[in-house]
Design a protein around this ligand. Structure first.
Ligand code: ADP
Length: 504
């Protein structure tokens, strides 16, 4: 079932390696199976809009089948009964296998998602491995406490897995988001049913095959591709899923929470949208600030929930900043993501592409100043020019709503207090950043801004040791490392009488 160790490129020697697509069916109970309906859907190449392949279209009945397998694997299978050390060993092996298949996975990710191959290979897979090895290392280090109680009793707290968990994954970092949910769920001893995004199902299926090869038992990990309102909704509302993790839009997050509440009141972890402020102060090193702003917004074609999409620039340096920011954006290399020099590939699909172009039109219509870009790039696929708007006002649509594309908004401010106040007007609160040489200014901002992550003089720096998650409508619950493992466990209190023992 799993790919051969020596699977090799069958390409034509161009910059685009070619691998056959091996896995397109649902992965349930350790086997690749068709959807019960027999239906399939097409996954498209964002460079051209052409079909890559057809994938099994799972629905509620397939999710149910996967949940039954996951339930049996939890109630009767070895995974939750293994020691943490034994589970960790399997997960380390899983990481090694993923590392050995880096090129093929990176190829599939770029093909399905459109992100630069160098990003898939040197950022996304590296992130996957860090996540998996981190949680594998925690698997044998989770322990509760003992309590001296107010009476002749002994109290203990015990961390236990929830049971069957569900995960609904977005398309912007398909492999990484998969592992941020699957790694900790498995390390904690849960079993899991994953619904990848319909735009990007291919790497999740490949990762399922590698999980089997690593020795993760049948039923412990199941992957059911399909659409949100059908397969995704079935995960959120399933009566026998005990916890669900979701990364995606705030709008869908609300639907998932409602479905979770109305079914079996399963706890949810929601990592949702953002409209993150980046504040550039007048004392900043201008070139460094421009680099930070460029990375903050244009990284991953702007398709990041943490994108620095509201760039507040102090009025005294505004014009100088604009000149350099525009110059840098114009130099950005847009094109085929398999070419090593390309920094920006296509947006993931036609829906996103059109939505972003509509936001650009609304920016123009509401009076923002288009400084560069503003159009589709090329005449094929879903490429958009790196775009910058100046003189953006807080009440404009492009300053309020998540665009999820390569569109930077520059807003002018006078004082730090004003910047903090305006930064906090957003309903979102995922991330925020400040560029300043003054540590007091930076600290004041960091403590005043309502966001789950604050970067000072940097952006998009993540680590498994740091909690990741949102404030306000950007969601709740924390991911990464131990934070994520504990969010996949529930805490039990156990009490025993101390009959003939001294209770000192
Ligand atoms: P985006 O708008 O960026 O595509 P979404 O929040 O719509 O992000 O999608 C993220 C994930 O949520 C995808 O796997 C998608 O299939 C799923 N999804 C979309 N709608 C629903 C829904 N009603 N119920 C459950 N999952 C959904």
């Amino acid at each position: 079932m799993a790919p051969a160790e020596n699977s090799s490129p069958v390409g034509n020697g161009s910059s685009e390696p070619k691998y056959p697509i091996k896995y397109t069916k649902c992965f349930i109970d350790g086997e690749f199976v068709d959807a019960i309906s027999g239906k399939t859907f097409e996954t498209l190449d964002p460079r051209t809009g052409e079909v890559i392949t057809s994938v099994a279209e799972g629905d509620a009945v397939d999710i149910d089948r996967a949940v039954k397998a996951a339930r049996q694997a939890f109630d009767e299978g070895p995974w939750p009964r293994m020691s943490g050390a034994a589970r960790g060993k399997v997960l380390f092996k899983y990481a090694d296998l993923i590392e050995q298949h880096t090129d093929e996975l990176a190829y599939l990710e770029t093909l399905d998602n459109g992100k630069p191959f160098v990003l898939s290979k040197y950022a996304d897979i590296v992130g996957v491995l860090k996540c998996l090895r981190n949680v594998a290392g925690w698997a044998d280090k989770i322990s509760g406490q003992t309590y001296k109680m107010d009476g002749p009793y002994q109290g203990m707290s015990l961390y236990e897995p929830y049971g069957v968990t569900g995960a609904i994954i977005p398309w912007n970092f398909p492999m990484l988001m998969f592992m941020l949910k699957v790694g900790p769920a498995l390390a904690a001893g849960n079993t899991i049913v994953v619904k990848p995004a319909e735009q990007t199902p291919l790497t999740a299926l490949y990762l399922a095959a590698l999980a089997k090869e690593a020795g993760i038992p049948s039923g412990a990990l199941n992957v059911v591709p399909g659409f949100g309102p059908t397969a995704g909704a079935a995960v959120a509302s399933h009566m026998d899923i005990n916890k669900v993790g979701f990364t995606g839009s705030t709008e869908v997050g609300k639907i998932i929470m409602e479905a979770a509440a109305k079914s079996n009141l399963k706890p949810v972890t929601l990592e949702l949208g953002g409209k993150s402020p980046l504040v550039i102060c007048e004392d900043a090193d201008l070139d460094a600030a421009v680099d930070i702003a460029n990375l903050a917004l244009f990284f991953n074609m702007g398709q990041c929930c943490t994108a620095g999409s509201r760039v507040f620039v102090q009025d005294t340096i505004y014009d100088a900043f604009v000149a350099k920011a525009v110059e840098k954006a114009k130099k950005r290399v847009v094109g085929d993501p398999f070419k090593p020099e390309v920094e920006q590939g296509p947006q993931v699909d036609e829906t996103q592409f059109k939505k972003i172009l509509e936001y650009i039109e609304s920016g123009k219509a509401e009076g923002a100043q288009l400084l560069t870009g503003g159009c589709a790039a090329g005449n094929k696929g879903y490429y958009i020019e790196p775009t910058i708007f100046g003189d953006v006002q807080d009440d404009m649509k492009i300053a309020r709503e998540e665009i999820f594309g390569p569109v930077m908004s520059l807003l002018k401010f006078k004082t730090l207090d004003e910047a903090i106040k305006r930064a906090n007007t957003s309903s979102y609160g995922l991330a925020a950043a400040i560029v300043s040489k003054d540590i007091d200014v930076a600290n004041r901002f960091a403590r005043s801004v309502r966001a789950g992550t604050v970067w000072i003089n940097c952006y998009h720096v993540y680590d498994q040791s740091l909690p990741f998650g949102g404030y306000k409508t950007s969601g709740f619950g924390r991911e990464h490392g131990l934070h994520s493992i504990l969010s996949h466990m529930q805490l039990k209190a156990i009490v025993t009488p101390l009959k003939d023992s001294p209770w000192l």
